[in-house]
Design a protein around this ligand. Structure first.
Ligand code: SF4
Ligand code: SF4
Length: 198
């Protein structure tokens, strides 16, 4: 492989290799350690002062760094955040999905698997006998939601805790995707705050 002459690369192609070159001050090492500690301590003291003043109703216009005490305290999630999928339902509780396969076709990671079948209602052409999402392969691009002509799949659950010790349980089946979501991580039922809608 040819050796790259980093020093003479065009400006736009400068790399971190160039930036990483250290001067004498950095090479001495300790001054930079002390500078780092100074910056960290400065932020800590400032934030602690601001939050202490807030306790006494002072300096309300100043904002200190915020730490959420997860999992007891959860950071608000934006309405447009793409969380875990759900399949929406009609008024009678059946799936809206018509098994048109558009989401499966557009999915860039091939993680949607649908088996269509005839709907028992003769006025409806098809519905999915199986609808599965292999969430381990999903890249949360949202294409499936965009492609759906029936608003049958959404990613508005606000569910971000998607983990399991067992990989086989990460293939979400139709019944799971249609179930109402309760408990921690469930979408908030109250009206969203103003800033969510921006
Ligand atoms: S979000 Fe993207 S990767 Fe995930 S299921 Fe939908 S289309 Fe596929
Ligand atoms: S979820 Fe929407 S796009 Fe996917 S098969 Fe069902 S109706 Fe078609």
């Amino acid at each position: 492989m040819p050796k790259v002459d980093y020093k003479n690369l065009p400006v736009n192609y400068q790399t971190s290799v160039q930036k990483a070159e250290m001067g004498l001050w950095e090479k001495i090492y300790y001054p930079e350690v002390i500078r780092g500690l100074w910056i960290t301590t400065g932020h800590f003291m400032r934030n602690m002062t601001v939050h202490t003043l807030h306790l006494f109703g002072l300096a309300k216009d100043k904002r200190g760094a915020v730490t959420y005490q997860y999992p007891e305290e959860r950071r608000p999630i934006h309405r447009r955040y793409r969380g875990r999928h759900r399949l929406t339902k009609k008024d009678d509780g059946s799936e809206r999905c018509t098994a048109c396969m558009l989401c499966e076709t557009i999915c860039p990671t091939n993680c949607i698997y649908i088996v269509p079948e005839e709907h028992p209602d003769p006025t409806v052409e098809k519905h999915p006998a199986r609808y599965e999402i292999d969430i381990l392969r999903c890249c949360f691009c949202g294409y499936c939601v965009e492609a759906c002509p029936c608003d049958a799949i959404r990613m508005d659950t606000s569910v971000v805790e998607i983990a399991n010790w067992d990989r086989t349980k990460m293939v979400f089946k139709k019944e799971y995707l249609m179930a109402d979501i309760e408990g921690p991580g469930a979408p908030p039922k109250d009206d969203p705050p103003e800033w969510w809608l921006k």
